[in-house]
Design a protein. Structure first.
Length: 239
């Protein structure tokens, strides 16, 4: 497992990942991840984690997160699964810090399978949700991280029908939409547009992820199948 992790780290051109000059340290991202993956003691873990938290993935003193944290998230989760227990705890801490930090202007979005300009926090949350079973087995730190990720929800539209002055959109929900109406972002092949208000009309039932969102003041034709909705507050996160 760790051999594959090291190969994944070396496959990334960390210097090509965008990040605020003078703050983001791509060399520390690469070396910190390699050393964390191979660490076998507390001193080595602390030294590697310090580099990752000091400009490699986040800048802890300023509460900033870099897009590199999104690329590193699956690697950190693999370290949680197969690395030294102390390294796994450090990886969980870095993921928690990355999710709660704010990106610098100009580096607030990243391309993912769900869109070309997804908020960094939502992209991180997707990686975290993908390893739900792993994290659920890591006590309070794992379950707390999953709970925080749930707030960075994502809704993929399958079909729509007109409903009064808006639209009922049927699709797949990841995460949890808070009660009430909230502004949101609609991501399509044409770019990102603002939705004034969405709310859950029918939540997922049992283990299903299928749900229905009510989109206020938008006709069905403006909500194509395959479009993705993210919370607007995530798109506004900026350091």
């Amino acid at each position: 497992m760790l051999t594959g992790v090291l190969e994944a780290i070396d496959a990334v051109d960390w210097a090509a990942v965008p990040g605020r000059a003078g703050w983001y340290r791509p060399g520390d991202a690469a070396s910190g991840l390699r050393d964390l993956a191979s660490a076998a003691g507390l001193v080595a873990v602390a030294e590697a984690a310090s580099r990752l938290a000091g400009g490699g993935l986040v800048h802890g003193h300023s509460g900033a997160v870099f897009p590199a944290a999104v690329i590193a998230a699956p690697i950190l989760l693999d370290i949680v699964e197969a690395g030294h227990p102390s390294a796994g705890r450090a990886a969980l801490g870095l993921l928690d810090e990355a999710l709660s930090s704010y990106p610098f202007a100009g580096d607030t979005r990243i391309g993912t399978p769900y869109g070309a300009a997804v908020p960094v926090c939502c992209a991180l949350a997707d990686h975290i949700r993908a390893r739900r079973e792993l994290l659920a087995g890591h006590g309070r730190a794992g379950t707390s991280l999953l709970a925080d990720a749930a707030g960075h929800w994502r809704f993929v539209i399958d079909d729509c029908v007109g409903a009064g002055s808006g639209t009922s959109a049927f699709g797949v929900l990841a995460g949890t939409v808070p009660d009430g109406s909230h502004p949101a972002e609609l991501h399509t092949a044409d770019g990102v547009t603002c939705l004034d208000a969405v709310r859950v009309e029918y939540p997922p039932v049992d283990a299903s992820c299928e749900a229905c969102l009510r989109v206020v003041g938008v006709p069905p034709g403006a909500l194509p199948a395959g479009a993705v909705v993210f919370p607007a507050v995530c798109g506004e996160r900026e350091h």
